[in-house]
Each structure stands twice: as C-alpha cells, then as structure tokens.
Design a protein around this ligand. Structure first.
Ligand SMILES: C[S@@+](CC[C@H](N)C(=O)[O-])C[C@H]1O[C@@H](n2cnc3c(N)ncnc32)[C@H](O)[C@@H]1O
Length: 354
C-alpha cells in the first residue's frame, strides 16, 4: 500500500498505537489537527450532532446526579474530547433553566487538538467554560467526567497470542512509503498488564487501550480525591471479538484502513467488559453497561420529543423523529452504542441505569 505520508519523514517501524497517534494527532498533518471531521462536509457524525435531544438528556442526567448528592455548592463537570463544542453548548442552555445548578457548576473542556480547541472557542461562550490540559485546576467538590466518542478516539495497541508468546503488531513504513504489518515480541511490561485482565484471557487477538487507560488513570485519581463519576458513551461490544476492530471512515463511507491517512477518521470498537474490569480494578463501582437505546429511553427522550414536536410544523416534526430514531433504533445507533458509568459517590441509583 503506497501513500503520501507526510507524518513519517523517514522509514520507520511503529507499534499500532504510535502509528495511529501520528496519523490522527500529528500537530500539523494529523487528522484532528487539520480538518473539521464532523457533519455533512466532514467524515462522520456523532450523537450530539444528530440531535440536541441527546445532549439535553445528558444535561438532565448531570443535574439529577447533582440533586441526588444534596445540591453541593461546588460541582465540576468535565467534558472529555468536546469535538466542535455542540454538546457543551446545549448543556449550558439547559443548565440556565436550573439557576441553582447553573450557579454551582463549573464546566471544563478537556481537549487535545489545538485545531478543535480553536473551533470550540468560536462556538461556545468563552466566559462560561474553561479549557484544560490536565485536572490540576479542579480542587473542590464532586466531579462528573463525561465523554461521547472520546475513548474510541484514543489509539490502541494490538497483540496476537500464540501458545508460547505474545506478539505486538507494528506497521513498517518503507522509504517508498509502502506500509506492511509485522509482529514483534511484546514487552514484558505489556505482557504482564494484559495477562492481569480476566476479560482478555481466552483471546488470541487482543486490542489493548493502553493510552486510553493512562488517560483514565488520571481521571480516576481525581475522582478518588474529590468523589465523582465518569460516564462514557462509545461504539462498542460486551462479548469478546478476537479480531481487529479498527475502522476508517472518509466522507461518511467506510475506507480501507491504510488509505487517505490523515484525511480519514480511524477508531476502534470499545471492549466494554474490559473497561468495566479496569474500573473495578481501580476501586470504582461500576454499573452494568447499558445500550444507548436503554439509556435514552429511560431518560425520557421520547417524551421530550413529543413535547417539542407539539409546537412544530409537520416537516420539522418528521425531521425530529427521524433523528430520534437514528439515536435509539436497534439497527442504527441504539444498540451499537453503549454507556458505562463508574463512580465512588454515595448514590447507587442513577437515571438511565438499572
Ligand atoms: C470522535 S471525536 C468526538 C467529539 C465529540 N465528543 C462528539 O461526540 O461530537 C473525539 C474527540 O476527542 C478528542 N481527543 C482524543 N484524544 C484525546 C485526549 N487524549 N485528550 C483530550 N482529547 C482527546 C478529539 O480531539 C476529539 O475532540
């Protein structure tokens, strides 16, 4: 496979995670630093871009959690990977309707891409939010971390297990920019880490979100000090896969993984069983993972659509409902997307979960 790879000045051999990190986040040519990925003109769309109803349900979930905690005066919300800021904008609009919550909350945006931070600054009232690169500024009060398609955008490592050994997958880039897959013996450290997860025990092809887990460890550290929770929504599965789930999309169509590098989005399907085991290992309680359909239905998304549609013309009503169906239909995002909640708050019942 030949490609015009601006990211790789010399021939190189890189493990999958480093390769993806270059392609997606290179400061100049990386996908997330060089184009607007979302919406009609971009390559893919996400739930907040499909309908404001989705973001409203997330806002109500946050307010309800705050109420269950006895309405603390200091309350932090961190949106992880806010994209173009669409969700944060709706959150603020909903929060304004609940003045005591609005006054108690601080909203932080945690974003890696300079390009997207600039876009967020254009789309959101800058006095209402704070952009952060770490969590040092969050000092008081409980904290809710929320990420929609955050975890699946962080590059993963891939491994193959044979009877005796664990091998890591690499991409070899030649001087002519040809790319080949090769396997090398995994490091002792990675082997030990992978072997410590029950979820991965019987797999011969393993996807391991080492970088994602490093990000989560910083979040868990904050939660363990301030008390709080993390709610993550992603495209993913509960039953083991035994195959590569890396996928590339270019202009809303599936794209060969190694084609249009830097111009296409590459993600993977999140292993929610592994994520749950990871949170438990790190001493957080974890709710049983739910589908996006279950979560949004329990949050009352249909009732909200009904109320909104009453004031609408027929054309707008049908647009609203077709967007709602995209979010919750089992054949669309309803079952493919899943939601996990990990927490150390003194609440056991959360809306949206059993
Ligand atoms: C697939 S987009 C989702 C955007 C948005 N949440 C939405 O649903 O429309 C992934 C987002 O996570 C950000 N991101 C990825 N890795 C990150 C990291 N390690 N730290 C902070 N942000 C990150 C990306 O730059 C981007 O904003």
């Amino acid at each position: 496979m030949k490609s015009d790879l601006k990211f790789f000045k010399n021939s190189k051999t890189l493990p999958v995670d480093k390769f993806l990190n270059n392609v997606l986040y290179d400061k100049k040519y990386g996908y997330y630093n060089s184009k607007i990925p979302f919406g009609k003109r971009g390559d893919f769309t996400t739930s907040p871009k499909i309908s404001g109803l989705y973001s409203e349900m997330i806002a109500i979930w946050m307010i309800s959690t705050w109420e269950k905690l006895g309405k603390p005066k200091n309350f932090n919300i961190v949106e992880l990977g806010p994209g173009d800021g669409t969700l944060a904008k709706v959150l603020l609009n909903v929060f304004k309707k609940f003045p005591s919550f609005y006054n108690a909350k601080k909203l932080f945006l945690f974003e890696k891409s300079k390009f997207l931070t600039k876009l967020q600054r254009e789309n959101i009232d800058n006095t209402e939010v704070k952009w952060i690169k770490n969590f040092n500024n969050i000092k008081k009060g409980p904290v809710i971390f929320f990420g929609n398609e955050f975890f699946d955008a962080i590059s993963i490592k891939q491994f193959k297990r044979s009877k005796k050994s664990l091998l890591e997958k690499y991409y070899k880039i030649t001087d002519d920019y040809e790319i080949f897959e090769i396997f090398k013996k995994a490091s002792v450290y990675d082997k030990k880490m992978i072997n410590s997860f029950k979820t991965l025990k019987n797999l011969y092809f393993i996807e391991f979100p080492k970088n994602g887990f490093d990000e989560l460890k910083k979040i868990i550290k904050k939660i363990s000090i301030l008390k709080g929770c993390i709610l993550l929504v992603d495209y993913g599965y509960l039953k083991e896969n035994n195959q590569s789930t890396l996928q590339s999309v270019f202009k809303h169509k599936k794209n060969f993984l190694l084609k249009n590098l830097g111009k296409s989005d590459i993600t993977y399907h999140v292993n929610f069983s592994l994520l749950s085991e990871f949170f438990s290992k790190n001493k957080l309680k974890v709710k049983k993972t739910v589908t996006q359909r279950e979560f949004l239905n329990r949050m009352g998304i249909k009732l909200r659509a009904e109320i909104l549609s009453k004031k609408m013309k027929f054309r707008d009503q049908s647009d609203l409902y077709s967007r709602l169906h995209r979010l919750i239909d089992p054949g669309q995002m309803g079952h493919l997307f899943k939601i996990i909640l990990a927490y150390n708050l003194n609440i056991n019942k959360y809306p949206g979960f059993k």
